[in-house]
Design a protein around this ligand. Structure first.
Ligand SMILES: Nc1ncnc2c1ncn2[C@@H]1O[C@H](COP(=O)(O)OP(=O)(O)OP(=O)(O)O)[C@@H](O)[C@H]1O
Ligand SMILES: [Mg+2]
Length: 334
């Protein structure tokens, strides 16, 4: 068994105002892993990252990077880390190239190597064409990529990224995922935080779901989704206002009472989602059950989907993590 690159035991952070932002979390990351923290706003992701990056002192517990305690060996820890925070910390009045070189000099990368490495990173991040332009003129996606280049300039053993794709348009997000996958394949251990379940699912080989400062479950995305053991059937309902919607949702619940493959009914703003084992086979019976009393339930769309990490989040917290339109299920009308 190799020793973990990141090791956190019973870590707690209580801010001076009394907020218990991190509440006794324990996890470890093995060399080469791409580990994701998935959780909603305020879950405690950034706080954990700040402790690991030596920017914030923990209230109690242990955090080690490459075997070094972050509290007692902050300078050694920082040398081993590449860090990109939630808001890119670039010098907007310096060019892209100057930003990378500045960070390289801070990490004492020898001059000749720094030149070579900067060229290589500008190329890798698709910034070679704009290397001489001020970072302040860059688009959001270009800033993120430049920030990532800065984090990589001293060839860190561990890369820590706080919400690397937050606020990016879908194309830039997918391009950045490709870059992160490439960096991971090269052997860099990575910890990233995200509140996009698709991102955690697509990129990470292990995910910890964090909520209210606690890890509620962790595992590979496939393991977590397999643990759900049911598919999601989403019903879009034709409702005239919130009262009608609530009435129809109650009708769905009543009409499906005793329907054997049904595990859960969750009200949604557009209708209702049902957690059903073997949904494909159960669908005809399901529709018959829902059709029993005239217009008590007016279904205008239906979609069947495999479990997502959002369903995992729902199972363990009773809430949805979904925060944006891109994460909404596609409903097929009929
Ligand atoms: N400097 C601070 N002082 C006091 N409370 C703080 C401070 N920073 C964060 N908090 C609180 O700690 C909790 C966790 O915040 P944190 O920033 O770690 O969450 P997060 O998971 O990164 O959220 P987001 O997805 O919005 O970035 C929140 O309740 C937040 O309001
Ligand atoms: Mg955060």
């Amino acid at each position: 068994m190799t020793s973990p690159v990141i090791e956190v035991q019973d870590l707690t952070k209580v801010y001076s105002g009394g907020t218990r932002a991190v509440d006794g979390i324990t996890f470890s990351i093995q060399p080469g892993e791409l580990f994701g923290f998935l959780g909603p706003n305020g879950a405690g992701k950034t706080t954990t990252i700040r402790v690991l990056a030596t920017l914030l002192r923990a209230t109690s517990g242990i955090a080690r990077v490459a075997g070094l305690d972050v509290g007692t060996h902050p300078a050694d820890v920082r040398r081993r880390l590449g860090l990109a925070m939630q808001t890119p910390t670039l010098d907007t009045f310096a060019t892209g190239r100057e930003n990378i070189e500045l960070i390289g000099r801070m990490h004492r990368v020898p001059a000749a190597e720094l030149k070579r490495r900067t060229d290589e990173l500008l190329e890798l991040m698709g910034l070679a064409q704009v290397a001489r332009k001020m970072a302040g003129t860059y688009s959001g996606g270009m800033r993120r990529r430049l920030d990532l280049a800065c984090a990589l300039v001293h060839r860190p053993e561990v890369l820590i990224l706080d919400e690397p794709t937050e606020g990016l348009d879908p194309q830039s997000r997918i391009a950045l995922w490709g870059e992160l996958e490439r960096i991971s394949k090269d052997g860099t251990t990575m910890l990233l935080t995200t509140h996009y379940m698709e991102e955690a699912d697509r990129l990470c080989n292990r995910v910890a779901i964090i909520d209210n400062g606690r890890i509620v479950v962790d595992g590979s995305p496939a393991q977590l989704k397999a643990g759900i053991g049911a598919d999601t059937v989403t019903l879009q309902l034709d409702a005239h206002g919130p009262e009608d919607l609530a009435r129809q949702q109650t009708n769905v619940r009543d009409q499906l009472h005793g329907f054997e493959p049904l595990e859960a009914v969750t009200p949604e703003s557009f209708g209702v989602s049902l957690s059903i084992r073997g949904a494909g086979r159960a669908l005809p019976d399901l529709m018959r059950s829902l059709d029993r009393n005239g217009d008590g339930v007016r279904i205008v769309g239906l979609a069947v989907s495999q479990p997502t990490l959002d369903d995992v989040f729902l199972k363990y917290t009773g809430r949805r993590i979904r925060t944006e339109a891109a994460d909404q299920p596609i409903i097929l009308g009929w």
